[in-house]
Write a protein that binds this ligand. Structure first.
Ligand code: GAZ
Length: 266
């Protein structure tokens, strides 16, 4: 029997970072073990036995070999199983408000990922507007529930743990798409929240440089460890380590950089 739950994850995956943030907020970094999966290789058979064939991570395997999937479900499980300190709002109304905000995470993620993966110049403007609509919604939601504060409530909580990893991945939009939140009242509240989320000490598991380098392949249209045309190595490989690689070129609409240019040759 395992002596604690094991979370199988891809290190730079936003859905996995949510769980690391939650554990850090709870002061429980040692309560679960992590098993690192290399997204650039086929999934090992033992992992597919756990999942029943699905490949999305993270999953949690408990001491009785029982498997949980979906990051939001795993967050709740950890928050309830290791109950103190509780990160989700204890008050039922506030918990529901937190829940309303969290329901937007999937479409928000999709808007940002669709934008970074796009290589058709004719679509840039519509994708940018679609993402701005999400930020507008978040701005209004935060204004309604906590107009003068920074967080949704009084501290970095569950909603922040859910959204922060996505906003960090969206550093790839700033780098590859030149996307920044416009100045002004439509976005001032969400900009304040975003800035505080990105700077929070419990959320420093990844850096902008790491995101920009590892997600190069997404920027040229290849997701989830798939190989872009003309390339033999994925930008998500563990070796060579991202720290030693150059910053990738930004001209994603014109060409795909080679393994050599990306520093991927061992
Ligand atoms: N809903 C799940 C959760 O746990 O919250 C999502 C988990 C998930 O998608 N994990 C991805 C994975 O394991 C890694 S992160 N993929 C490997 C596989 O074999 O399935 C998101 C996108 C997208 C493309 C990629 C990602 C992403 O849209 O971040 O949209 C949201 C994958 C094109």
């Amino acid at each position: 029997m395992k002596d604690r739950p094991v979370i199988y994850h891809i290190p730079v995956c936003p859905f996995c970072q949510r769980i690391e943030i939650l554990l850090t907020l709870k002061g429980l970094e040692g309560a679960v073990d992590f098993g690192v999966i290399d997204i650039t290789r086929p999934r090992p058979p033992w992992l597919l036995d756990y999942t029943g064939g699905t490949t999305a991570l993270p999953i949690l395997v408990d001491e009785h070999e029982r498997v949980l999937k979906e990051s939001l479900v795993i967050l709740r499980y950890i928050d309830e199983r290791f109950a103190s300190p509780q990160i989700a709002r204890p008050d039922p109304y506030e918990r529901a408000v937190e829940g309303m905000m969290i329901t937007r995470e999937g479409p928000f993620a999709m808007a940002g990922y669709t934008m970074v993966m796009n290589r058709d110049r004719a679509k840039i403007e519509a994708l940018r507007e679609a993402l701005l609509d999400h930020y507008r919604w978040l701005n209004d939601f935060l204004l309604r529930h906590n107009p003068d504060g920074t967080w949704l409530f009084d501290r970095f909580g569950l909603a922040e743990a859910v959204f922060t990893p996505l906003m960090m991945r969206f550093w790839f939009l700033d780098y590859y798409e030149g996307f920044v939140l416009p100045e002004g009242p439509d976005f001032a509240r969400v900009a304040r929240w975003r800035k505080a989320c990105l700077a929070h000490p419990a959320a420093q598991q990844v850096s902008r440089e790491e995101i920009v380098k590892l997600y190069y392949d997404y920027a040229v249209g290849s997701g989830n460890g798939a190989l872009p045309q003309g390339r033999a190595a994925s930008s998500f490989v563990f070796e060579p380590d991202w720290r030693g690689r150059p910053m990738p070129p930004r001209d994603k609409y014109d060409r795909i950089a080679s393994d050599a240019e990306l520093g991927l040759l061992g």
